[in-house]
Design a protein around this ligand. Structure first.
Ligand SMILES: [Zn+2]
Length: 185
């Protein structure tokens, strides 16, 4: 079993459960040396510009049209500042069933934790792809991740980086990309 490098740390790295021990050790080391923010900002200097629920709907809808044309239509897509990132880590997808006449119609909703309003476009894409894949696959199984990597070939790397960012937030609380829209120099 992996032993946390710093024995005085009660840091659970809960967002990174399931990753290999050597990967966890590297993240732990970066956290101890306070290098995570620089590492992420170097990779992704700029945040995306999707600011509103309407813009988010259009963004997710465009991805769906490109890759998942046959899936059920999206009724709603929104940022949600009440979403507990811990519970689902990334976002939620719900199906609300409503009785219409004698038919049961499913309404698909995607909610994205609002902390991803300030994030690189790559992170938003990873989350959107994850939630869109749930339109077709309920479980986090092989078919699900195949669909994710079909929509975004860097999916696994991006999910890892998102999880590192969530860990960074938990440890230091400092949000990155908060002033994302300004253009550098
Ligand atoms: Zn999921």
């Amino acid at each position: 079993m992996h032993t946390i490098v710093n024995p005085g740390s009660a840091r659970p790295l809960r967002y990174l459960q399931g990753y290999p021990a050597d990967t966890l050790a590297q993240v732990e080391q970066m956290l101890q040396q306070d290098r995570v923010a620089d590492w992420l900002r170097q990779k992704y200097p700029q945040g995306h510009t999707v600011r509103t629920d309407k813009a988010l709907f259009d963004y997710v809808q465009a991805l769906k049209s490109e890759h998942l044309r046959g899936a059920e239509p999206l009724a709603k897509v929104a940022f949600d500042n009440k979403l507990q990132v811990v519970q689902h880590a990334l976002g939620t997808h719900t199906t609300i069933s409503r009785v219409q006449g004698n038919k049961l119609k499913a309404k698909r909703e995607i909610r994205v934790a609002s902390l991803f309003k300030q994030a690189p476009e790559e992170f938003l894409k990873m989350i959107s792809v994850h939630e869109l894949a749930h339109l077709k696959e309920r479980q986090h199984d092989k078919a699900f991740y195949q669909l994710c990597t079909y929509m975004e070939p860097r999916y696994h790397q991006l999910e890892f980086e998102v999880r590192v960012y969530l860990t960074h937030l938990e440890v230091s609380g400092a949000r990155l990309w908060a002033t994302a829209t300004s253009t550098p120099g």
